[in-house]
Design a protein around this ligand. Structure first.
Ligand SMILES: Cc1ncc(COP(=O)(O)O)c(C=O)c1O
Length: 419
């Protein structure tokens, strides 16, 4: 913390990792790329405890490839939580199938097993338990319902790489899973994602679908290295208070969030796969090397989030007007986000900014009644209620004890101020 200012986010990678990626980008040839990517996939599979891991350009494309590989097609249904990232339900109609939204727990924000059960029809082929905000779903109940109804389980681990449910890493519990490693995730490969599966046939079909894509363009990865270094510098305590924080305050006074607006991805309904800018490009050694380095400290990075999150859970439990998250029994969250709800959310955010704390509403959407998915309309009251007044408090691994104490005091006094 410098001058009592706390950024909403701080990256998990080091400048050394970014610079070694840049060096590898200049040097590595196709053989070195293939070797490094295979090493990263092998280490990742070992970490999660699954037989097959395959690097893909993005989680959404990985999800598409998994659906295709398990034979989802015209007339099939895929159950997706009503609170998630738009790009996931957007993949399902590309295969001629229907996304069917099922509600989440009001404060857990993750798939409600009974809502999943109620959404099953004879056409249901798969369910996507999404471990949102780093919180594992109630996988015991979900697995049982899925088994009874012959539904395949594809875990969405985009926000929970390394988290556990009853001691098992998420991604190992269902038959298949996907993860993503963009610059803002809990571990990063600059850009890129992974799918895992326990099914050798599915793994072979995913690999076959990826064959022939050229490598990710060097220029795209060089841009990620540059953006990553800029993020690291801009959120560093020595610079943040004097640069980004004033921009956030002024931007918000002018009615525009200067971080969310330029970096947020516009929500669209894809009409073809190629309209998703994530769909092409084989992984390179530069990504795999950063990934390997990050895997070496994933439990330390997640552990710092857990320490911070648990402290917030306790300290903010009884703040008037504020609802803190709940967690399914057996879930061991990694606090990718610390999400609270408050009926005067916008006023609370402004009061926190005044106290030097930047927060965000994040980039999830409620999909029970979303304009992009009108033909799949289905009541998800908890998802809609949660989205209306939700905000993310800082919980990133670079927070110090002094930051946390300042944050807790700021939330308590801001909540009193807004009433
Ligand atoms: C829960 C969730 N699922 C899926 C995705 C999609 O990941 P990608 O951008 O790699 O396609 C995201 C993106 O952050 C996400 O938060």
């Amino acid at each position: 913390m410098a001058f009592g200012r706390i950024p909403r986010f701080s990256p998990s990678f080091s400048p050394a990792e970014a610079l070694s990626a840049a060096a590898s980008l200049l040097r590595a040839d196709a053989a070195e790329d293939a070797e490094a990517v295979a090493a990263f996939e092998g280490r990742f599979a070992e970490l999660i405890g699954v037989p097959h891991a395959i690097m893909v350009p993005s989680a959404r494309y990985g999800f598409y490839l998994l659906l295709q590989a398990i034979g989802v097609g015209a007339g099939d249904e895929v159950i997706i939580p009503g609170l998630t990232y738009f790009a996931i339900p957007a993949m399902v109609p590309l295969l001629g199938a229907r996304p069917v939204f099922a509600d989440v727990g009001l404060r857990s924000h993750v798939l409600d097993p009974e809502a999943f059960r109620a959404a099953i029809t004879p056409r249901t082929r798969a369910v996507v338990p999404t471990h949102l905000f780093g919180t594992p779903c109630d996988m015991g109940a979900i697995q049982q319902i899925a088994r009874e109804n012959n539904v395949q389980v594809i875990e969405d681990c985009a926000q929970s790489t390394g988290a556990r449910y009853k001691g098992q890493r998420v991604g190992q519990i269902g038959q298949h899973a996907y993860y993503t490693f963009g610059l803002t995730k809990n571990i990063t490969t600059l850009s890129g994602a992974m799918v895992t599966t326990s099914d050798a046939g599915v793994a072979a079909r995913v690999r076959a679908a990826l064959a022939g894509a050229g490598p990710t363009p060097r220029r795209k990865l060089a841009k990620e290295v540059g953006t990553g270094l800029a993020m690291w510098a801009a959120t560093h305590p020595a610079l943040y208070w004097a640069t980004v924080h004033p921009a956030v305050v002024i931007g918000n006074q002018l009615g525009r969030d200067p971080i969310h607006a330029p970096f947020g991805e516009p929500e669209v309904r894809y009409t073809t796969l190629s309209s998703s800018y994530h769909s092409k490009g084989g992984a390179r050694a530069a990504q795999a090397k950063v990934g390997l380095s990050q895997l070496g400290r994933i439990d330390a990075l997640n552990g710092a989030r857990v320490r911070n999150g648990r402290k917030l859970d306790v300290a903010l439990a009884h703040v008037p007007g504020l609802a803190t998250p709940t967690y399914p029994e057996g879930a061991e969250p990694i606090y990718m986000s610390f999400v609270v709800n408050h009926p005067r959310r916008d006023a609370l955010m402004a009061a926190l900014r005044k106290r030097g704390v930047d927060t965000t509403i994040g980039y999830m959407s409620a999909f029970g009644d979303h304009p992009l998915f009108q033909e799949y309309k289905r009541d998800c009251p908890n998802a809609s209620a949660a989205m209306r007044d939700l905000l993310h408090l800082p919980v990133h691994p670079n927070l110090t004890e002094a930051d946390l104490d300042h944050l807790i005091e700021a939330v308590r006094s801001a909540a009193l101020e807004v009433g």
